[in-house]
Write a protein that binds this ligand. Structure first.
Ligand SMILES: Nc1nc2c(ncn2[C@@H]2O[C@H](COP(=O)(O)OP(=O)(O)OP(=O)(O)O)[C@@H](O)[C@H]2O)c(=O)[nH]1
Ligand SMILES: [Mg+2]
Length: 283
């Protein structure tokens, strides 16, 4: 079994303090979660950082999930009066339709408020926050229509806060991905690692790969036939791993290349090669 998973290095604590400072300057907070984990990718301490600022939950990487599960989650959030949209920075403007519409309305509402007070319009100031690797920087670039901030498939890439202007209507603040000091739900922590939001220093590929293998065996067994030519599901996950490794030629004298097999499984999962599905649904 895995060691207790926690990932809250000094730079995250620092980013948290800076986010708290900047929140008061913003009109709106975009909380970027991972669409595959609409519950577990939300920071339970966000409220303490942003206070009463209005926020919109943006579940990014929606291209890796199914339409029906998205509808179920939207209904769930609607019932709880939590504004939420699905988005896909990877699909550029096409993936931002609902987000753009929401921001248009917010901008017009801001202009109205300013007008009532006899003031001139100014851009809507938006802070982008969320867990590492959820696509915050990619989303900012997609909104601006240019590569203004660095993105990459590695949690913890962005290290400082950065304002970027987008047209006449928006000012966007990118921020470093942060988690929280204690990941109480260790299953959620493994799922966060599986989608790529926790550094491999804090959770190894063997550990989150093992979690993903077992989750798929339970919830999506057809994946193994379709993708890894496993004709008959073995009883134990160890045997399943072995079959996958053998079918992919990941063997060495005396056994399989275990770590390599986990890395391959995680990579193909993260790239969406195993299909479009979430790791959690509303209760
Ligand atoms: N499939 C898919 N991948 C995406 C999407 N948006 C971003 N990515 C990928 O996710 C990875 C992380 O993107 P970033 O924008 O760097 O993530 P971030 O949230 O800024 O990460 P940190 O700065 O580390 O907190 C990159 O490899 C992106 O290409 C999306 O909508 N769909
Ligand atoms: Mg970033």
């Amino acid at each position: 079994m895995a060691e207790n998973i926690n990932w809250y290095p000094g730079h995250m604590a620092k980013a948290g303090r800076q986010i708290k400072e900047q929140a008061s300057l913003c009109d709106l907070i975009l909380e970027i979660g991972d669409a595959r984990l609409p519950r577990s990718s939300r920071n339970p301490q966000l409220k303490q950082l942003i206070g009463n600022k209005p926020s919109l939950l943006v579940l990014n990487k929606a291209d890796l999930t199914g339409d029906e599960e998205q509808r179920r989650w939207l209904a769930f959030f609607r019932d709880r009066k939590q504004p939420a949209v699905f988005a896909s920075a990877a699909r550029k403007k096409k993936g931002l339709k609902d987000l753009d519409q929401y921001l248009d309305r917010e901008y017009r509402a801001l202009c109205e408020r300013l007008k009532e007070r006899g003031r001139r319009p100014r851009p809507l100031r938006i802070m982008i926050v969320g867990i590492p690797n959820s696509g915050k920087s990619a989303l900012l670039n997609a909104m601006v229509g240019a590569n203004r901030v660095k993105t990459g498939n590695k949690p913890g890439l962005t290290r400082s806060l950065q304002w970027v202007r987008s047209g006449d209507h928006l000012e966007l603040l990118d921020s470093p991905g942060i988690l929280w000091p204690r990941l109480d739900d260790q299953n959620a922590a493994l799922a966060l690692a599986a989608v790529g939001s926790i550094s491999r220093d804090a959770c190894s590929e063997e550990d989150c790969g093992w979690f993903l293998l077992n989750w798929l065996k339970d919830q999506r067994p057809e994946v193994f036939r379709e993708r890894y030519r496993v004709e008959e599901m073995p009883e134990h996950a160890e045997e399943l791993l072995e079959q996958i490794a053998r079918n992919r030629g990941m063997v060495r004298k005396g056994g399989i290349r275990e770590e390599e097999t986990y890395i391959m499984l995680l990579k193909e999962y993260r790239e969406g090669k195993l299909g479009k599905f979430m790791l959690e649904l509303p209760e």
